[in-house]
Every structure is written in structure tokens, then in C-alpha cells.
Design a protein around this ligand. Structure first.
Ligand code: C2E
Ligand code: MG
Ligand code: MG
Length: 560
């Protein structure tokens, strides 16, 4: 039991604490509107308050009040994780109802300030950073103040692999991660440039996983590149997200005045282009804008535009490359490969346009076109009693569309083509990253007769357990695995081990890009069942394929 005097002292301390808290939080609410980083202020205040509470708790360690204060301290620390909503803990409510009420009211005020600022449309509700609009107008003002002879710089930061966090851990965790990223960016920016108002950078969240930082004054390119490197390093460190260690990264594009532009718009465009360069180099790094990148970007934009027209103008074509059994020598099917008959540039191979189509999302339309072409071809072949299986490639981006599988089924149903005549090739990473829902759809297709293959196996990372459990018929070895098998004993050991593994999980092996008879012999001896490669045939038009199959002597091997 506490004595009466002690109780009075305690009450005095606690009401003092409540008053102090009230003052600090009201101040933070006010600051919130004027400062860009409101939640940081709230966190700072919470931190200060926690110190005070810890001090009080340590003075009187075993009392009910001390436990309540410790619970309150925990509640305030949760502000670090963005919690401005939970009420004061029950222990506080019971032991110190006045303080609890004060805390609740102050959080209410902070929330109201945040909502107010957001209502003004200036801040991003998740990270509390300025949004795109606000950034544009503030950066414009800062750029206006840049004196001749000094450099300003723009950093465009795009997260790598953020989508998979959202997909696998959910959007709430994704938001949490964005808050953590924003905090790390704030730390780097403050550590690097926060000291004087004239140099203070402007950090913003543009959209999704895109952030941007404008530096109104930098001394040199070396300096801003060092900052960009630090940004990439800061995001490369794992994030602790509710018990999950999450590895993402950031691709950072850099542009500076006057070399890459004199307006915020041109600097942002240049930094965006440079960011794509960092992304193309594997992410987790920065790139400085240059003219070569600009030209490269321009040509991609032109490809993008003309690709959209290519579909309408009928410039796309499928060529077929035969697949042969290494055991019987029979043609067992073919792979359909895209070609683009470009009106000015002539024949364009897929590597010059598929990556662009994947980036822009255009691959969905290309994929639809490929699917319907394959369905048309197979329907025609069935009428001609030429029942050969056709494999075709499915891009990982196609799987993002929720209606991919029903549309695919519909295409073949419309032409009364049985699914046993098709084979779907998924990339190794698409197969490994596929969600349970996608795997079930794949399993259902396979149950209905379609064959499932993993393409270019050996270039990505494979989860052996997934390989064993996946609905799968064939694995296509990446050409890089077999390129040296004639000359290198090590290459042979690796291929032999892979062949054992794949056969061991009950799948057939297809060796791709087999260019010599010696390679085919080695692969046959190793237990590989099927080959596709220039040694037997190049990809060819449909008419040429049918003629080729007739010459090869098995014109109508039924697979249905
Ligand atoms: P892929 O699916 O692995 O296709 C095999 C590639 O290997 C083809 O290149 C083929 O021409 C090539 N190849 C076959 N035999 C040999 C050989 O003996 N030596 C060498 N050096 N190469 C050989 P292609 O047609 O340029 O296609 C490249 C990639 O483009 C394909 O690789 C595939 O990933 C993608 N692609 C092609 N068509 C489509 C499509 O309709 N949709 C999607 N999403 N991707 C496609
Ligand atoms: Mg393929
Ligand atoms: Mg392949």
C-alpha cells in the first residue's frame, strides 16, 4: 500500500506528466501542419515522452503505476510503426484515467492534423511524405532559388521486388514496408544534407513504390553519386517486418542541372530514364543519366508505339521449331516463337521487343494474340488430320491477369481444340513464384490434358521442393547449360546431375539450342529424351514446318 504522501507525490508527478504530454502532443499537432515530416515529429515526441515515463517507472519499479507507465511507454513506441490509432492501454486507463484520457485526446489531435494535411491533398497518407503534386510545386520553388553556377540534383528511387512483398505478405504489410523505406530515406537525406536550409533536400513519394528526392544544392557529381549509392545501400539492408526478414532493393536514377535539364519536369524525366538503366542492370544500384540512355529510351518508346500498331496491322507472325525424340527420332511437336515483320526494320527477333512489351504490360495483348493464333493453327491441323502438339511461351506478366486461365481455355474451346494438343512454357521464375491459386489453375489445365513445361531451366533459382510438387511434365534446359558439354567435363557433370534430378522427379527433359550431333549424342547417353535445336531444324513458317514434318517421315503422329 502506498502512504498518503507518496500517493500525493505520485499524483503530482503523473498529472505533471499528463500536462507535459498534452503540451508536447499539441505542439506536435501544430508542427505537423508546418513540417513536412509530421509522423517523424510524432515519433520524436513519443520518444521524449517514453524517456520521461521510463524515468518515472524506474523510480518506482514495482507499483501498479509503474506497470501502467511501462504499458504506456510501449503504446507510445508503437508510433514508430505508424500506430496513431490504438487507445491508451487498459492498465493506464485503470491506474491513471486522467493520463489515459489525455493520451487519447492527443492522439486524436495528431490524427486530425494528419487528416487535415491529407485533406489538403499535399501528403501521401501512408508515409506522410509530400505527394507528387506537392513535390512538384515545392521543388519548382526550390529550383527557382538555385543561383547560376550551382548544381541541383534529382534522385528517382524505385523499389525492387516490392510487388512480391505486397503479393506474399499483403497490402497492410506492404504499406508498413513503405513507411520503413520512407524512414530510411529520411535518415540518409538528413545525414547527408540536412544541415542548412539552403541545402535541405525535398523527399516525396510519387506513387506506388516510387520515391523522389530533390537536392537544391550539390557541390559535385561525385557528391550526388555518393548520396545515390548510400540510398541504394540503405534500402538493400533487410527490413524486419513482423517476424519476416524482407529483402528488397532500390534502383536509383540521378540527374543534375544544368546538364540534364533546367526544369523539374526534365530533371524528373532524366532521373526516371536513369532509374530504368539501374533496374536493367539488376537493381540495387544507381545510374547517372546520359545521352546514350536517352537515345536508348527513345528507341524503346518507338518500339512500344509501333508494337501496338503491329498487332492491328498484322505484322506479327509465329514460326515453329520442331522438337524431336532422341529415342525414336520422331517429331514430337513444335514450339511456336514470335517474330515481328517490321515495315522499316525488317524481321525483328523476340529479344528486341518482348522485354519492352513485358515492361509496358503490352505482353498481355501479344500473349492473347499468340494463344488465339495457336488455337487457329491447331484447329486447321485437326481438320487436315495433322495432330501435332504445339508449345508456346507464357510470360510471367500474363499470369498477373486474373482472367488469364479462363481466357486461355475459352480460346481453345472456341475452336474445339483439345487441351492435349497444347503445351504451356513457363519461365523458371514464374513457376517458382506462382501463387497457390495459379498452381491450382495450372494443375487443372494439366488434368484436362495440357502439358506443362518450365523453360530455360538453370538460369534462375529453383526450389527443389516446388519442383517435386509442381504440376509439371517437362523441363527445358537452358542453352547455357549445354553449350560446353562437348569440351568441358565439368559442364557434363552439371548436366548429368540436372538430368538425374529432373528425371528423378518424374519429368521429361528437353534440351534446347542443340547445335551439333555430338551434343545430341552426349545428351541421349545422359538420359535426355527430347531435343530442339539448329542441328535438326531452325524455326520456320507453318507451311515449311508441315513440309519438313512430311519429309521427316511422320506426318500425322497423333498426340491427342
Ligand atoms: P525460348 O522460349 O527459350 O525459345 C528458344 C529460343 O532458342 C528461340 O529463340 C530459338 O530460336 C532459339 N534456338 C533454338 N535452337 C537453337 C540453337 O540451336 N542455337 C541457338 N543459338 N538458338 C536456338 P527466339 O525465337 O529468338 O526466342 C527467344 C525467346 O523469346 C524465347 O526463348 C522466349 O523466351 C521468347 N519468346 C518467343 N516467342 C514468345 C512468345 O510468343 N511469348 C513470349 N512470352 N515469349 C516468347
Ligand atoms: Mg520457350
Ligand atoms: Mg528456352
Amino acid at each position: 500500500m502506498q502512504s498518503g504522501t507518496a500517493q500525493k507525490i505520485s499524483n503530482a508527478i503523473l498529472s505533471g506528466a499528463a500536462g507535459f504530454a498534452s503540451f508536447i502532443f499539441s505542439l506536435s499537432a501544430l508542427l505537423y501542419i508546418t513540417e513536412l515530416d509530421g509522423k517523424i515529429v510524432a515519433s520524436l515526441v513519443a520518444g521524449t515522452f517514453c524517456l520521461l515515463i521510463s524515468y518515472l517507472a524506474s523510480e518506482r519499479p514495482n507499483s501498479e503505476s509503474a506497470r501502467a507507465l511501462s504499458a504506456l511507454s510501449e503504446r507510445l513506441l508503437a508510433v514508430e510503426d505508424g500506430d496513431l490509432v490504438s487507445p491508451a492501454p487498459v492498465a493506464v486507463r485503470r491506474a491513471m484515467p486522467k493520463l489515459a484520457a489525455a493520451v487519447d485526446r492527443l492522439f486524436e489531435e495528431v490524427r486530425a492534423s494528419i487528416e487535415n494535411a491529407q485533406a489538403l491533398g499535399m501528403y501521401d497518407p501512408v508515409t506522410s511524405l509530400p505527394n507528387r503534386l506537392h513535390f512538384r510545386s515545392e521543388a519548382d520553388k526550390l529550383l527557382g532559388g538555385v543561383t547560376a553556377g550551382t548544381k541541383a540534383a534529382m534522385l528517382f528511387v524505385d523499389l525492387d521486388r516490392f510487388k512480391s512483398v505486397n503479393d506474399n505478405l499483403g497490402h497492410a504489410r506492404g504499406d508498413q514496408l513503405l513507411i520503413m523505406v520512407a524512414n530510411r530515406l529520411r535518415m540518409v537525406v538528413t545525414a547527408e544534407h540536412g544541415e542548412t536550409a539552403a541545402r535541405r533536400p525535398l523527399l516525396a513519394r510519387l506513387a506506388g513504390d516510387e520515391f523522389t528526392i530533390f537536392f537544391p544544392k550539390v557541390d559535385s557529381l561525385t557528391e550526388i553519386e555518393r548520396v545515390a549509392r548510400r540510398v541504394a545501400q540503405a534500402i538493400a539492408e533487410p527490413f524486419e517486418l513482423y517476424g519476416h526478414s524482407v529483402d528488397i532493393g532500390a534502383s536509383v536514377g540521378v540527374s543534375v542541372t544544368p546538364d540534364h535539364g533546367n526544369s523539374i519536369e526534365s530533371l524528373m524525366r532524366a532521373a526516371d530514364i536513369a532509374m530504368y538503366c539501374a533496374k536493367a542492370r539488376g537493381g540495387g544500384q544507381h545510374c547517372l543519366f546520359n545521352e546514350e540512355l536517352a537515345a536508348d529510351h527513345q528507341s524503346k518508346i518507338e518500339t512500344e508505339k509501333s508494337l501496338a500498331e503491329a498487332l492491328q496491322r498484322g505484322e506479327l507472325e509465329l514460326v515453329l521449331q520442331p522438337q524431336l525424340s532422341l529415342i525414336s527420332g520422331e517429331v514430337v511437336g513444335a514450339e511456336a516463337l514470335l517474330r515481328w515483320n517490321h515495315p522499316r526494320e525488317g524481321l525483328r527477333m523476340p529479344d528486341t521487343f518482348i522485354p519492352i512489351a513485358e515492361r509496358t504490360g503490352m505482353i498481355a495483348e501479344l500473349g492473347d494474340w499468340v494463344t488465339s493464333e495457336v488455337a487457329l493453327l491447331l484447329a486447321e491441323w485437326m481438320r487436315d488430320d495433322f495432330a501435332h502438339r504445339l508449345a508456346f511461351n507464357v510470360s510471367p506478366r500474363q499470369l498477373e491477369r486474373t482472367d488469364f486461365f479462363p481466357r486461355l481455355r475459352q480460346s481453345f474451346a472456341d475452336h474445339e481444340v483439345p487441351l492435349s494438343l497444347i503445351e504451356l512454357e513457363f519461365t523458371e521464375s514464374a513457376a517458382m513464384d506462382a501463387s497457390q491459386a495459379v498452381l491450382s489453375e495450372i494443375a487443372a489445365l494439366r488434368a484436362d490434358g495440357a502439358r506443362i513445361a518450365i523453360d530455360d531451366f538453370g538460369t534462375g533459382y529453383s526450389n527443389i521442393a516446388r519442383l517435386r510438387s509442381m504440376p509439371l511434365d517437362r523441363v527445358k534446359l537452358d542453352p547455357s547449360l549445354i553449350a560446353d558439354i562437348e569440351t568441358s567435363a565439368k559442364a557434363r557433370i552439371v548436366v548429368q546431375a540436372v538430368v538425374h534430378l529432373i528425371n528423378g522427379v518424374g519429368c521429361e527433359i528437353v534440351a534446347e539450342a542443340v547445335e551439333t550431333a555430338a551434343q545430341a549424342d552426349i545428351l541421349r547417353a545422359m538420359g535426355c529424351q527430347t531435343v530442339q535445336g539448329y542441328v535438326f531444324a531452325q524455326p520456320m513458317s507453318e507451311a515449311a514446318y508441315r513440309a519438313w514434318v512430311s519429309r521427316a517421315g511422320n506426318p500425322a503422329r497423333s498426340v491427342a
